[in-house]
Design a protein around this ligand. Structure first.
Ligand SMILES: [Zn+2]
Length: 206
């Protein structure tokens, strides 16, 4: 794409590295910014930079946070004895949008996937096992997507915490196999958390 400006070319190249944004879209966005007051671009750049440098991860659940604890963990009305285990931060957002879950979360940061070279040690599994070991946890709800990797991850965690005798459940498989949690509609997702099933039964349905 001939752009007659190296500055524009560079901006387009940077933006088009983002997922889902091709060179055409990137160019359209940049041309839009050029038509707006300079202040708008400055604020955009500052917001992006600040998000990247200042964002933290909750030291209890690994969710994104603005300080050491995320807003969910810092909320004293949440039930810390029920932990919903999710793959990533987008799942927390999806479940929070249903407003039906009053427990807390644990973000694994991925799923066990030998093909992609992701083993248990690369995920936030030890901190979850520690929480269960420390006591005070009554139930773990597995809310990973129902793929082979999701099931493998659930089962791996289940084996680690089985001896502590807590309740383990899985979100009801109303969500079609292979559907990512983040795309499930809120009503379905909410229902699947309310009507969760004991983990052992969910395994038999696999
Ligand atoms: Zn947290």
């Amino acid at each position: 794409m001939e752009m007659s400006s190296k500055l524009l070319e560079r901006a387009v190249a940077e933006i088009s590295q983002l997922p889902g944004i091709g060179k055409r879209t990137a160019l359209r966005l940049m041309l839009h910014l050029l038509k707006q007051p300079e202040e708008q671009t400055r604020q955009l750049a500052e917001a992006l930079h600040k998000m990247r440098t200042d964002i933290q991860f909750c030291n209890r659940c690994h969710n994104i946070a603005d300080s050491g604890l995320c807003q969910i963990c810092a909320n004293t009305s949440r039930d810390t004895s029920i932990i919903c285990v999710v793959e990533d931060i987008r799942d927390v957002m999806a479940i929070e949008n249903t407003s039906l879950f009053k427990g807390v979360y644990h973000v694994l940061g991925g799923k066990i996937s030998p093909i992609d070279g992701v083993g248990p040690s690369q995920l936030n599994i030890p901190t979850l096992v520690e929480k269960v070991k420390a006591g005070g946890v009554k139930e773990l709800i597995f809310a990973l997507s129902s793929t082979m990797e999701g099931d493998t991850t659930n089962f791996y965690i289940y084996r680690q915490i089985k001896e502590y005798g807590i309740t383990t459940s899985a979100i009801a498989r109303g969500i079609a196999v292979g559907d990512e949690l983040e795309f499930a509609d809120e009503v379905t997702l909410g229902r699947s958390i309310i009507h969760r099933v004991p983990f052992e039964i969910s395994m038999k349905n696999m």
